[in-house]
Ligand binder design. Structure first.
Ligand code: NAD
Ligand code: MG
Length: 426
């Protein structure tokens, strides 16, 4: 059994073909040629570093036109010296000054900073493709800027779609921007369905997102009361940034991905299943009404999804070890443990509350994860604080950017105040 009643009668024809972002993709002729000029937002993070490895392997296909980081100035300076983008962005003015002093002689890029700086890089006419790989809600405004500028947006920052699905879709329609999913499950579905398959989405019964189950998949419930930061960060299959690693261990990552899938593919939540697949080789599947399942398999390395988006529709060869099916021997699947990992159900619940629900869910989760990583709350306080935020929030209008950012702010404040009552970790 998976987590929805997927095998029951086919759902009512409630699909709106215009409701997904990637139901109408331009042909290759309408897409930029090669080499493509990239803007990498979140260049110093886990996704950003993987993207730069792809660029390094294929200088004939990709060049870095702009690069943005945040606090890790030393790494940003090193990357900039190597790839020589014309524009850089950091968090604040003092960071920009410090960065300028760390660059090699004879290389003087334009260095900007702050939210306006990220948005300016994202919409710059000198880039063809924007990789949105900032972590968390901070990625929303730059993603929106890229979409409004009509870019091809390779989207890793799933939080943007969770916060502002409707707003981004509307902006895509107006500007002609194209969103290509970097998140491995959504990228897998995008690949498995292909162009014609996307037009056939109404004939898909459900999308099946696979989840590794995280580091605590087979741990008893009592163990979860004592989880440490280090244990939560130690993901069995994927090497990722700290926030998404914790999200994977609570299953909130899969909850955010259910919301992301609904918004990308224009399907209601009842048609997005989740199944735990500990080997992380099957990246997701589409289930058709005739019983067929179309899957995408590959090694658990984000370079695969990143390269597919950056080079779309052409595949980019990668130096990845082939999946050894014989050595693997078996691929296994099991149901998520909803009672022990309530974040997945909380994410589905948030969708039923209206547009504000996922905004409050995400803000509460980001705040709770940060408090957990800094030792101020326990692992099991994360779902408790998210549930508290969903119960505390009155249903409010969340259809424009200001309203979304206000709910985000209010929820973070509320969760921080509530967390004072949680037992600190020893
Ligand atoms: P990370 O923590 O490794 O990197 C985050 C990047 O964002 C860094 O470059 C950091 O400097 C930048 N950043 C942080 N706060 C910022 C701010 N306030 N303003 C501007 N930049 C800021 O995170 P990651 O694992 O690379 O994940 C990035 C995004 O991609 C997340 O939304 C995550 O959910 C998504 N994603 C990641 C993976 C993965 O394998 N890492 C897989 C799928 C989706
Ligand atoms: Mg994913």
């Amino acid at each position: 059994m998976t987590d929805t009643a997927a095998h029951a009668t086919p759902p009512a024809p409630e699909y709106d073909p215009g409701a997904g972002y990637i139901s109408s993709l331009p042909g290759e002729d309408a897409l930029p040629g090669f080499p493509r000029r990239l803007c990498l937002l979140g260049g110093t993070g886990s996704i950003g570093k993987s993207a730069l490895r792809v660029v390094e392997e294929h200088p004939e296909r990709f060049a870095v036109a702009a690069l943005a980081g945040a606090a890790n100035l030393a790494l940003l300076a090193e990357q900039a010296a190597r790839f020589r983008p014309a524009r850089l962005c950091v968090l604040d003015a003092s960071g920009a000054d410090a960065l300028a002093g760390m660059l090699p002689a004879g290389y003087s890029p334009d260095i900007v900073h702050g939210p306006e700086g990220y948005a300016s890089l994202a919409s710059d006419a000198d880039s063809d493709v924007v990789l949105s790989a900032i972590v968390g809600a901070a990625g929303l405004v730059p993603t929106l800027a890229a979409v409004r500028a009509g870019k091809i947006v390779a989207l890793a920052n799933k939080e943007s779609l969770v916060l502002a699905g409707d707003l981004i879709r509307q902006a895509c329609r107006e500007s002609g921007a194209v969103i290509l999913p970097v998140d491995s499950e959504h990228n897998a579905l995008f690949q498995a369905l292909g162009g014609p398959g996307l037009r056939e989405l109404p004939h898909v019964a459900t999308l099946v997102l696979t989840a590794s189950g995280g580091p605590f998949r087979d741990k008893p419930a009592a163990f979860l009361q004592t989880v440490t930061r280090e244990q939560a960060l130690d993901h069995p299959n994927w090497s990722m940034g700290p926030k998404i690693s914790v999200d994977s261990s609570t299953l909130m990552n899969k909850g955010l991905e259910v919301i992301e899938a609904c918004r990308l593919f224009g399907l209601p939540p009842g048609r997005v299943e989740v199944v735990v697949h500990p080997q992380s080789i099957v990246h997701s599947l589409a289930r058709y009404h005739d019983g067929s399942l179309l899957a995408h398999l590959g090694p658990p390395d984000m370079r695969l999804a990143i390269a597919y988006c950056l080079g779309y529709p052409r595949r980019t060869p990668l130096d990845l070890p082939p999946v050894d099916l014989v050595a693997l021997g078996a691929l296994t699947f099991e149901a998520p443990r909803h009672d022990d990992f309530p974040c997945l159900s909380l994410a589905r619940h948030s969708l039923s509350l209206g547009a504000w629900g996922p905004v409050a869910l995400n803000a509460a989760n980001e705040t709770a994860v940060e408090l957990f990583l800094t030792g101020q709350v326990a692992f099991l306080d994360i779902p408790r604080l998210v549930e508290f935020a969903l119960n505390a929030q009155a249903g409010v209008y969340a259809d424009d950017l200001d309203a979304i950012l206000e709910i985000d702010r209010t929820t973070r404040k509320r969760v921080r105040e509530r967390a004072i009552g949680c037992a600190p970790r020893g």
